[in-house]
Design a protein. Structure first.
Lengths: 230, 230
């Protein structure tokens, strides 16, 4: 049965941009499971699957409904153990939480300041109002203040990505010899900005750039199928 | 056969402080392998095991000699697969590289500035001269400049540890339900500063403090057996 993925979009339904939803997209593709992407805008998220979650992604797999990108990956791993593993064992599942924690608390902070204006501008007016008030409350800055931080965030990004760059000296993927969910966690953050900003994030000779391009190529270019923001 | 661990010390051989050597100590204890700690000061490292490595830890296990804390953990995992796993699978081994990369590039930078003076002062004079010149060259600051950064580093530390703190919301150890080598990687950094500084690093109600105390308790209080710097 085809799994339904409820995924965030802005005014253009062909440009899903949420980092958390992209993690779920890549996890489903990794498992080789057929899935259908169902669009939802910010202000309609509370209606998804009868209001099970304040956020997307949410998946429906038959009669199972699961929200939260990490819980979705864990559900897929447990439910489809014979398909390629997303974690490479229990230790990998535990440490993917560390990769997620670093991504959410460190990398997303930098990315958010780079992408903020592009995300806002990509939304329909009703979602813009919601987005502004919810993000301003969460971050404790006005949207304009976050936008002002854009140049500083761009300058900080290469240094922020150092743990990824050093990891890639030991192995081609964060997951080791092949990509795992931990790769998709970091990929989601870069994809988020690729789709909402025309900023040049990474230098051509940066190993993180090479890794990101390889992520975009995975599963017949699934990540690349949405072009970078103009 | 007892494994020999060559481990860095300063003027007092009873106070080994190297974060990388502590990772090897904890890895050996985790595997339940008998081992003997052999002391070496900075300027004698090039003589260890016939000069196999510029750094310690180095272990000798029968006729096998292995250097570098991560390579030691990987060697122990491969050689003693029937003993408790240090990685919890291939994914865990790969992602432990990410934890290591974050620890070395982010956490150690902060810790170094906090601990620098204490480390220097704990060395014998000949090692002090080596330590100063090698560290000043590596970091690109004078020892005095690093020491000046101490207050700023102490203030930055709680924020720096956020990825660990958030991970501990999902699970009791970085390794999941029980500690793995990834825990010892971060432990090593905190133990390094505990043994070379009397700074109060973590607030009593910080979950990272609770985790660190639990690390100190492991293996009959192995980490706690060396008291905090006065």
């Amino acid at each position: 049965m085809t799994i339904i993925l409820h995924e965030l979009v802005g005014a253009d339904p062909a440009r899903p941009f949420s980092p958390h939803c992209w993690k779920a997209v890549m996890a489903l593709a990794h498992k080789g499971l057929p899935f259908e992407r169902s669009n939802v805008c910010f202000t309609k998220v509370p209606e998804v699957e009868g209001g099970v979650s304040k956020t997307v992604p949410v998946i429906r797999d038959g009669d199972q409904v699961v929200s939260d990108s990490f819980m979705i990956a864990a559900y897929l791993e447990e439910t489809y153990p014979d398909r390629p593993s997303l974690f490479g064992g229990e230790g990998g599942q535990a440490m993917a939480r560390f990769v997620e924690s670093w991504t959410n608390t460190v990398l997303h902070g930098v990315m958010r300041d780079i992408a903020m204006k592009g995300i806002h501008d990509a939304l329909a007016p009703v979602d813009q109002a919601y987005f502004r008030s919810s993000r301003e409350a969460r971050v404790g800055k006005t949207l304009e203040q976050m936008v002002e931080g854009r140049e500083a965030a761009l300058a900080a990004l290469p240094g922020t990505l150092m743990p990824v760059r050093v990891t890639l000296k030991s192995q081609p993927w964060i997951g080791g010899s092949s990509p795992l969910f931990a790769d998709y966690i970091v990929f989601g953050a870069l994809q988020w900005v690729r789709l909402t900003s025309n900023a040049r994030l990474l230098e051509a000779d940066d190993p993180v750039k090479d890794w990101f391009e390889r992520c975009l190529d995975l599963y017949d270019g699934l990540g690349r199928s949405v072009p970078q923001s103009a």
